[in-house]
Design a protein around this ligand. Sequence first.
Ligand code: FES
Length: 57
Amino acid sequence: MYVCVCHAFTDREIRTAVDLGARSLYEAQCSLPVASCCGRCEKTSRQVVDEHLGLEN
Ligand code: FES
């Protein structure tokens, strides 16, 4: 599903950033400028990262 409408990033792309080594939303943003425009997707993007890292249930 699309998480970031501004940049058309999907949850899959965010999970891929985690698979490639990102350990936080901040680190994911190094390769994926998610949540860098209007910011509305920041909470959801962070949840996707944390869930993929196993930090949330
Ligand atoms: S929806 Fe992601 S920055 Fe706007």
